[in-house]
Write a protein that binds this ligand. Structure first.
Ligand code: GDP
Ligand code: MG
Length: 276
């Protein structure tokens, strides 16, 4: 299975974003703390050299030790970076301070474009910073449309539709984005993605699966999980799709614990190959 998802509305959105970028002072580049490199859009790196602040969202779902490492990694590259838990509003004040530091000579409030791939929390971040519910939040990728500047203390914010890039050269990146619900569920095979996740967890978070599902002695964990959860077809055969759906949902809602999919800076994930 190869995952690709670059629908026409993203091509159009990218064109709109490129136009709009000429008019803004800087950008808030939103990424998911569970995959801070995989969820960065390489196309956004080339579009502008205006000041940017990288915002790692969903820290409640990410491995806290890894979030620290990733923040240090970005800062070590000379980038401004902050981490937020938008469910709790944690980290918003740090963003306000960083924004204030970034535009010391601007005579008006900075206009910031909030950019990122689908489902990373762009609209939720705007709602947190503006302390209201102006930006539309959706559980599915591609909900955000239209254009509207929103006023927040110390900044003006413009939401944007999430965009990906034309080709996932590194299919591990694509798998992580599938797990984060940043590509449509319809474009990948859930059982394959979940098999990949189970492997990853057994290697890097060996406690995660036993803590949720009990010991999985067998070499076919999906089968064992399906049996334990009563995902059975006629004749007692395990419904692997149903079992995979349970695991995927458990991962996305944090039931498997706080997990980061992009490995430590310096190991594989730091050199995630976005291709071009
Ligand atoms: N657990 C958790 N969920 C979040 C956080 N921020 C956003 N979400 C959820 O992520 C989903 C996508 O958020 P949304 O703001 O619509 O993302 P957008 O597509 O980038 O605008 C929504 O279900 C949000 O409630 C966070 O910090 N923690
Ligand atoms: Mg949105």
């Amino acid at each position: 299975m190869t995952i690709q998802w670059y629908p026409g509305h993203m091509t159009r959105a990218k064109r709109m974003i490129a136009e709009e970028l000429k008019l803004v002072d800087g950008i808030l580049e939103v990424v998911d703390a569970r995959a801070p490199v995989s969820s960065r859009n390489p196309d956004l790196q080339d579009l502008t050299t205006k000041p940017r602040l990288i915002v790692l969202t969903k820290t409640d779902l990410a491995d806290p030790a890894m979030t620290k490492l990733w923040l240090n990694y970005f800062r070590g590259q000379g980038q401004k970076a902050a981490a937020v838990n938008l469910l709790q509003g944690q980290g918003l004040q740090a963003i306000r301070q960083l924004v204030a530091q970034t535009f010391p000579n601007l005579k008006r409030v900075p206009r910031l474009f909030v950019l990122g791939i689908p489902n990373v929390g762009k609209s939720t971040l705007i709602n947190g910073l503006t302390k209201r519910r102006g930006a539309q939040v959706g559980a599915r990728p591609g909900v955000t449309r239209g254009k509207q500047w929103l006023s927040a203390p110390g900044m003006l914010l413009l939401d944007s539709p999430g965009i990906l890039w034309p080709k996932f050269e590194d299919q591990d990146v694509a798998k992580r984005l599938a797990l984060l619900a940043s590509v449509r569920d319809e474009v990948f095979d859930q059982t394959e993605i979940v098999a990949w996740l189970l492997n990853f967890l057994q290697e890097h978070y060996p406690q995660a699966l036993p803590a949720r599902y009990g010991e999985l002695e067998a070499d076919d964990p999906i089968e064992v999980i399906g049996r334990k959860r009563g995902c059975l077809l006629q004749g007692g055969v395990v419904n692997r799709n149903q079992a995979a759906a349970i695991v995927l949902k458990d991962f996305r809602t944090g039931k498997l614990g706080a997990i980061t999919l992009d490995l430590k800076p310096g190991s594989d994930a730091a050199s995630v190959d976005h291709g071009e």
